[in-house]
Design a protein around this ligand. Structure first.
Ligand code: GDP
Ligand code: MN
Length: 396
């Protein structure tokens, strides 16, 4: 689950990470209120208005605007709220901007002493360890830096039992070319940042840029946080920060129904129990001459309600030419699944594409009989080979 910049920054601040302060606003009036509050804190005018969408590269797309006075602030808030922001990380249609973060200006005018760094923390799955990735080349596209000057990107692997150690924090600060006060500030910064990462069970923190101000403060100017979905059960407060407007409506519906769903580009939809079987089923679809239209794991229960919800989600994709249900009845009996499929089919009246159902395991023979006796145009199968052949047949 991804968070907005303003949400990410609030969390970082609560762990003692210094951030560029700001307030979120949903309209121009709220933007002015936010600016007033910041003026009280900083004693000066000059703010940045930043589009809050789940995509990076907002600056390039015109979603981050410096506003030296109230007139500019209102104009920028007016223009950004409600716009469809297109960035290198969005589709061509862009993302609708529902709110902006009005933030203090931390780049003091005329300053030459500021420096932008790149800092991220992520889980290196191959090593099974959290890793700090950092670079002196902050503020820009890190993919570009990685391509052109890979030697400027450094990594520090963290031992999970020891956490980020003092010498590692100092090594990072040293490699970023810091000294004196900014060195000490950075060591505190990265230490708090790592504690926040572990504390909220994140799988990614990306702070680009981390700014060294002319008075040697280290500030998170941007913040991208991805939380580990599997940890949300123990972070109810964080789970509540989810903004479903940023997500694909199909994914949201599937999530609410407890289905593991990933949309793909092919023509054969599948409905399977268990991720491993889902992967194997996608291979079978490929071998039968089709292409998987989705990955869908219905989990342990495949009752009529769930199957019907799954049909609804699958059929919204106009590319789907056939549906393959492939379920192994271990704990759940095949005849019960078959009944669920038949009930769901009847409830829907008809399906616009052929349906192939392969049930194997406990009571597989009874299940096939149940489907064949239902008098519905469902192709039933017991072996995977039969199912694959039927997929080829209906696609031909
Ligand atoms: P991104 O484009 O989505 O990564 O958004 P960022 O939050 O990184 O902002 C983009 C750029 O806006 C930064 O790299 C800065 O150059 C600029 N920016 C951000 N905050 C300030 C600020 O307080 N003052 C000024 N003048 N520029 C800022
Ligand atoms: Mn950024």
């Amino acid at each position: 689950m991804n968070l907005h910049e303003y949400q990410s920054k609030e969390i970082l601040a609560s762990y003692g990470v210094r951030i560029q302060r700001g307030f979120v606003a949903n309209n121009v009036e709220e933007a002015v209120e936010a600016a007033d509050k910041l003026k009280e804190l900083t004693g000066s005018e000059g703010w940045v208005v930043k589009a809050q969408v789940h995509a990076g590269g907002r600056g390039k797309g015109g979603g981050v605007k410096f506003s030296p006075n109230y007139d500019k602030l209102k104009e920028n808030a007016q223009n950004i709220i409600g716009m469809r922001l297109v960035t290198p990380q969005t589709s061509v249609e862009g993302k609708l901007v529902n709110s902006v973060l009005v933030a203090e200006d931390v780049y003091y005018p005329g300053e030459t002493e500021t420096k932008e760094f790149y800092v991220s923390i992520l889980l290196d799955r191959a090593l099974g360890k959290n890793t700090v990735v950092y670079s002196t080349e902050g503020g820009m596209d890190i993919e570009h830096v990685a391509e052109v000057t890979p030697h400027l990107i450094h990594k520090e692997v963290i031992d999970p039992t020891l956490g980020l150690q003092g010498f590692q924090a100092r090594k990072i600060a040293f490699n970023l070319g810091l000294s004196g006060d900014s060195f000490k500030e950075f060591v505190k910064f990265i230490d708090s940042l790592y504690k926040a990462y572990v504390g909220i069970d994140a799988s990614l923190f990306e702070i680009n840029p981390v700014l060294k101000t002319s008075d040697n403060k280290i500030v998170a100017v941007d913040a991208k946080v991805t939380l580990d979905d599997n940890s949300l059960f123990r972070h109810k407060d964080l789970a509540a920060l989810r903004d479903t407007r940023e997500e694909d409506p199909m994914d949201v519906e599937a999530g609410e129904a407890g289905l593991n769903f990933v949309k793909l580009d092919g023509n054969v939809a599948c409905m399977v129990n268990g991720a491993g079987l889902a992967m194997a089923t996608m291979d079978i679809i490929k071998l039968s001459g089709g292409n998987p239209a989705n990955f869908l794991d219905v989990g342990g229960t495949a009752d009529a309600q769930r199957v019907q919800t799954a049909f609804g989600i699958i059929l919204r994709d106009p590319n789907v030419k056939a549906i393959l249900i492939n379920i192994f009845g271990g704990i759940v009996r095949c005849d019960r699944v078959a009944q669920g499929v038949v009930d769901a089919y009847k409830a829907m009246g008809s399906l616009p594409v052929p349906l192939i159902v392969r049930l194997q395991g406990t009571n597989a023979v009874e299940a096939k009989q149940l489907i064949d006796d239902a008098g519905l145009p469902i192709h039933s199968a017991i072996t995977l080979e039969e199912a694959a052949n039927k997929v080829s047949e209906v696609l031909a």
